[in-house]
Write a protein that binds this ligand. Structure first.
Ligand SMILES: [Zn+2]
Length: 215
């Protein structure tokens, strides 16, 4: 049990990590699915956690954590960016659904982060509305470029992805008044998890490690 989190949040995180372990080792239990669950949920939802995740088709939170219908309140966009819309949806989950835990779910080889890294410092302007998605990633890419000490796009992208995950967790914990208030009251936990394609597992990425990035 993670003692840095409120007890309810720690218990939910433990359940999600247990589900992730089942998924990663090809032993999913596919809980809470089927007609009876669907019918029981028609009157309301009580999800255990809210997830801010990337839209990447390879990273579906319900499958990765081996959960079912009604278990996870999921907000997704390219690069799991904490946009005003995403924040509003997470506030709904906290305020109306009383979730005790928000997970920010990053992942290896994120196309959105890679695109932000590829355009960093250059003259390439993304087409259409993509610039709006990539702009919030710029501080993480700038931090990563100082860390990377070179121009290897793969290295820069992975470092930027880690920095972005840490920064997003930090920003979410400070997002007032609703989320920051519940975190301060120890009624809500916010954690960062990074999904790895190579193992199928997620690992905890602490917000505190991004010292100097938008602190
Ligand atoms: Zn992604």
């Amino acid at each position: 049990m993670d003692t840095s989190l409120p007890p309810r949040a720690a218990a939910v995180l433990e359940e999600l990590l247990a589900g992730n372990d089942r998924y990663a080792h090809d032993r999913p239990s596919h809980p809470h699915q089927g007609r009876r669950t669907r019918a029981a949920l028609a009157v309301g939802q009580h999800p255990a956690a809210a997830i801010l995740a990337c839209s990447d088709s390879r990273v579906p939170p319900t499958l990765i954590f081996d959960q079912g219908l009604g278990d996870l309140f999921i907000v997704r966009n390219a690069g799991q960016v904490l946009s005003p819309d995403a924040l509003a949806s997470l506030e709904f989950a906290v305020l109306e659904l009383d979730v005790p835990l928000i997970v920010v779910l990053g992942h290896q080889c994120c196309g959105a982060v890679r695109a932000a890294a590829a355009t960093f410092g250059g003259d390439d302007v993304p087409e259409g509305h993509l610039a709006q998605v990539l702009a919030p990633l710029a501080p993480s890419v700038a931090f990563a470029s100082r860390q990377a000490g070179g121009d290897d796009l793969e290295v820069l992208s992975e470092l930027a992805g880690l920095a972005h995950l840490r920064l997003t967790v930090k920003a979410l914990r400070r997002a007032g008044p609703i989320i920051a208030g519940r975190v301060a009251e120890e009624r809500l936990g916010v954690v960062g998890l990074r999904y790895e394609f190579s193992t199928g597992l997620t690992r905890r990425v602490d917000a505190g490690a991004a010292v100097g990035v938008g602190a």
